[in-house]
Design a protein around this ligand. Structure first.
Ligand SMILES: Nc1ncnc2c1ncn2[C@@H]1O[C@H](COP(=O)(O)OP(=O)(O)OP(=O)(O)O)[C@@H](O)[C@H]1O
Ligand SMILES: [Mg+2]
Length: 520
């Protein structure tokens, strides 16, 4: 095996903050390398330098033994480096093959008097055929003519990967590819990665899920606070526990520990016959009823796209219902605006953190009060109390270990994904709501911070709170909750005591193979 990528003392600074410090990484041709590390450790920064989207401050990158400098990702692709970002960069209104070809369109050629002449017209037929062959070669299950907007998230990701393979890259970097996928899609992706390796490709994968690392990687590199702290073989000595320890620098409890405190008697959240339709008139939330008591965490499990997102929208004031009611401690709150809901004691941790959870250009200190900025503590007679807002930020940054990089109060867009999520978690928990609605709270969050969030959820429950937890992480939703509901096609099809149901049983309800009888 020969080294395909080498970095020598690669360093990236943002102002005074060093995101990567003297990173010396070696990746062998044909291997699957996992890169793991806490939120903000510098994983994406390192990969973006390899892919030409970030310029190193100092240090060298060698590709196939030769020093390279990339001015853009086009240079990196030409060299044989491909990358799929966590947030896809596809054109939804174009077809699969158009997206793959985009930027490398083929022109139609004609022969005039024996001479080949290229016409300024795109040769769709040839392009479509090339993409069909590509799909066949790599055995990707995709229809080249389908519109990207109609595809599942897993299929969109396959288009992104094919786009890179069409450009014949040797190395494929996947930045948190499984964070957006459902369990079945994750299995498929891991199989695909193994196939790509068999075909001679080198794959670098960033993930926070240590079981995936164990499943697919040959070697594992660990980053901590901008440094590459080690690279280990994926053998029996590299257990999820030892890897977590290497990442965080201390032992981490990987499975949430629930205290045996009994569920309370008071109904705090009462959802009754709640329904909503999408813009085509299809019922996306269909006659959903459940109650959450004080001292109780209720989870909603289900394959994404079965109404969980819409249920969260309804409960957090972002969607109109077509029937039903939602009461908090007996008071009707359905149809209230998010700020009115907050005033009623409802905390919201939304699924789409960048669109609904934070305001990216706004500073951390303002994001930590947004939604609560009218509170007496932060606002007197219409004037903001900056000293108090700063004090609040300092306290929460310390308490929740939010890593802020170079400045004391940067805009949230300068934070790593996981740290942006910690801003939301810190804000919602610190305002001490009586009901907490949480969707995918630990998506993209490192193991150390996940442990912290899980502990907080349990502590919060034990203070007498009601929590609704929507998560596609089955271990999380089963481990943390007292009761579990399964959603399928907009309906609640199963209800279980979380400790008494198996993953297999849940899987049957989640896939629609089984369902409980509906009450008359
Ligand atoms: N444009 C920027 N300006 C200032 N600091 C930045 C910028 N982009 C990233 N950083 C900082 O660099 C550090 C490393 O960020 P990076 O995105 O590489 O982390 P990561 O390991 O990928 O984390 P995560 O697991 O949360 O995705 C973070 O602390 C982040 O705040
Ligand atoms: Mg990252």
């Amino acid at each position: 095996m020969s080294t395909i990528i080498e970095t020598r003392n690669l360093t990236k600074k943002y102002g005074d903050f060093t995101a990567n410090k003297d990173v010396c990484l070696k990746v062998e041709e044909g291997e699957i390398r996992a890169i793991i590390g806490e939120n903000g450790a510098g994983k994406s920064t390192l990969m973006n330098m390899l892919y030409g989207t970030l310029k190193p401050t100092s240090g060298e990158i060698l590709f196939d033994g030769k020093p390279v400098t990339f001015d853009s990702s086009l240079d990196a692709i030409k060299c044989g480096m491909g990358m799929v970002h966590q947030h896809f960069k596809l054109s939804p209104s174009l077809t699969v093959y158009e997206n793959i070809i985009l930027g490398l369109e083929m022109s139609r050629e004609v022969s005039i008097f024996g001479k080949k002449v290229t016409l300024p017209v795109i040769n769709n037929k040839k392009e479509k055929e090339a993409v069909r062959q590509l799909i066949q070669r790599y055995n990707f299950n995709l229809d080249p003519g389908a519109k990207v907007k109609d595809l599942s998230i897993g299929a969109k990701q396959r288009v992104e990967i094919l786009k890179m393979l069409y450009r014949d890259v040797k190395v494929l970097i996947l930045d948190e590819p499984t964070a957006v996928l459902i369990p079945q899609e994750i299995e498929e992706l891991i199989e695909k990665i193994a196939e790509l390796k068999k075909m001679g490709k080198t794959v670098i994968i960033i993930t926070h899920k240590l079981n995936e690392v164990k499943q697919c990687a040959d070697t594992i590199s660990v980053m901590r606070r901008g440094h590459l702290v080690g690279t280990v073989k994926n053998d029996d000595s590299a257990t999820p526990e030892t890897l977590a320890n290497m990442m965080v620098g201390r032992p981490v409890q990987l499975v949430a520990a629930k205290s045996p405190k009994p569920v309370g008697k008071e109904v705090v959240l009462d959802v009754s016959h709640l329904s909503a339709k999408d813009s085509y008139g299809k019922a996306v939330v269909n006659d959903v009823s459940f109650q959450i008591h004080d001292n109780e965490v209720v989870g909603i499990a289900g394959i994404e796209g079965n109404g969980q997102t819409e249920l969260m929208y309804l409960l957090s004031g972002l969607m109109k219902n077509s029937g039903g009611s939602v009461k908090v401690k007996g008071k009707e709150v359905l149809g209230m605006w998010p700020d009115e809901l907050r005033a009623e004691g409802i905390g919201i941790v939304p699924e789409d953190r960048y669109r609904q959870g934070v305001c990216l250009p706004l500073s951390v200190s303002f994001n930590l009060i947004s939604g609560y900025h009218g509170d007496k503590r932060f606002c007197h007679s219409g004037l903001m109390d900056y000293a108090e807002i700063r004090k609040n930020k300092e306290k929460l940054v310390e308490e929740y270990d939010i890593r802020l990089s170079d400045s004391a109060d940067p805009p949230v867009e300068a934070l790593s994904g996981g740290n942006a999520q910690k801003v939301i978690i810190a804000r919602e928990f610190s305002h001490d709501p009586s009901v907490l609605l949480m969707a995918q709270p630990t998506r993209g969050i490192d193991v150390g911070a996940t442990e912290y969030i899980h502990d907080e959820i349990i502590r919060f429950r034990d203070k007498g709170k009601a929590i609704l937890l929507i998560s596609s992480e089955l271990t999380e939703v089963k481990g943390l909750t007292d009761r579990l509901l399964v959603m399928y096609e907009g309906e609640i099809v199963g209800e279980f005591v979380s400790d008494e149901v198996s993953f297999e049983e849940l899987g049957l309800y989640m896939s629609g193979a089984k369902r409980m009888k509906k009450d008359a």
